[in-house]
Ligand binder design. Structure first.
Ligand code: FA5
Length: 342
């Protein structure tokens, strides 16, 4: 027994000299103190020792166990200290006093334009409303004087759900609900995402943003409409931009107009962003049709109003000189994060 103890001491001493990292120390711990380790085996041998020597050898084995534990702890501490020093002097070390390098996000350009418009219209007494993206046929079409089988529906094919609901094709889909919510007089804008089954190109997306605006009161006329459109554009662009107003047909306004903006990408000479026309359809508008007021619970004999449906994504294109509308939904952070940091 004496010899065995001496042999283990020597074996451990030699092994401990080469243990230079935490992994090798752990291996040592298992080899000597583990359930099947050297000291556990020694304990088994104790059974065959004569009874009068058991106490003496038992104490010796316990002392050996304590020594091995103590030495392993010392080794662990020394190695941890060494590893820490290596870390401190390596490239991986951290200096908590260094200024933070955390990257901040940035607002999407459409969010920036939307918020700017919200501020402009809020300052002119308009309330800002939110509305669903999934709507029913009544709100998207029927309440807007577009009965089933009306040819105007062809211009706004969209994505239908099995239950008959659809992804809204225009923010006008909220007009009826908002008229019913507030009644007249009323000034509201309602930005939102729209969806169309569309042939995609540099100025057409299948998913894009519009911002609708309606103003209903006594004696509202086209002059009011033109005033608000002019104010909006001069505030957004902060410079003179050329616009043109031409007749346009939408069943929910009468008369109706197309408001086009001179292409800010090519300066009006013609490019793919404006389909080579020099102009971009931006904000159709008109005087709300009496049928639409009636459907919204407002008496058209007493009140009149205007409505406009601004192409928010196209406005962002024009404001920031983005050549291709597909950039906005691309997820390309290099392109999208350059406008304004949070
Ligand atoms: C409408 O959606 C009408 N609801 C607008 C309206 C409202 C008229 C109130 C009168 C009164 P239009 O389909 O033209 O109309 O779309 C309005 C604007 O949304 C367009 O001028 C354009 O700027 C933008 N737009 C339309 N389709 C797309 C598209 N596929 N991709 C990007 N922008 C689009």
């Amino acid at each position: 027994m004496e010899k065995k103890i001496a042999a283990i001491v020597q074996k451990f001493t030699e092994a401990a000299q080469t243990a230079s990292d935490s992994a090798s120390i752990e291996r040592l711990r298992v080899a000597f103190l583990g359930k099947k380790g050297e000291i556990a085996e020694l304990m088994k041998d104790l059974k065959s020792v004569p009874a009068e020597q058991k106490k003496e050898f038992g104490q010796k084995i316990n002392q050996l166990k304590k020594d091995v534990e103590g030495r392993l702890n010392d080794l662990t501490e020394a190695v941890a200290q060494k590893e820490l020093e290596v870390l401190i002097h390596s490239a991986e070390c951290y200096d908590v006093t260094m200024p933070s390098m955390v990257e901040t996000g940035s607002y999407h350009p459409i969010t920036l334009v939307q918020r700017e418009l919200e501020d402009i219209f809020a300052a002119m007494g308009f309330t800002i409303e939110d509305y669903d993206e999934i709507v029913d046929d009544y709100h998207c079409f029927e309440a807007l004087n577009i009965p089933k089988h009306h040819p105007a529906r062809d211009m706004q094919d969209t994505y239908y759900l099995d239950n008959g609901q659809l992804l809204k094709t225009h923010t006008s889909a909220a007009q009826n609900a908002i008229m019913r919510k507030y009644g007249a007089p009323l000034r509201a804008i309602f930005p939102g995402r729209c969806f169309r089954n569309e042939a995609i190109d540099a100025c057409h997306e299948n998913t894009f943003f519009q911002m609708e605006g309606i103003m209903i009161d006594k004696d509202i006329s086209i002059s009011n409409l033109i005033y608000f459109m002019k104010t909006m554009l001069s505030e957004v662009f902060q410079r003179d931009v050329q616009v043109r107003l031409r007749p346009g047909f939408f069943p929910f306004v009468e008369p109706g107009f197309e408001l086009d903006i001179s292409c800010q990408v090519c300066g009006g000479t013609g490019c793919p962003s404006c389909k080579n026309s020099g102009w971009l359809e931006l904000c159709p508008c008109g005087m709300i049709h009496p049928n639409v007021l009636t459907a919204g619970g407002i008496d058209p004999e007493e009140y009149t109003g205007f409505a406009f449906g601004l192409g928010l994504t196209r406005l962002a294109m024009m404001k920031y000189g983005v050549k291709d509308i597909r950039t906005f939904n691309s997820g390309n952070l290099k392109a999208l994060s350059q406008f304004e940091s949070l």
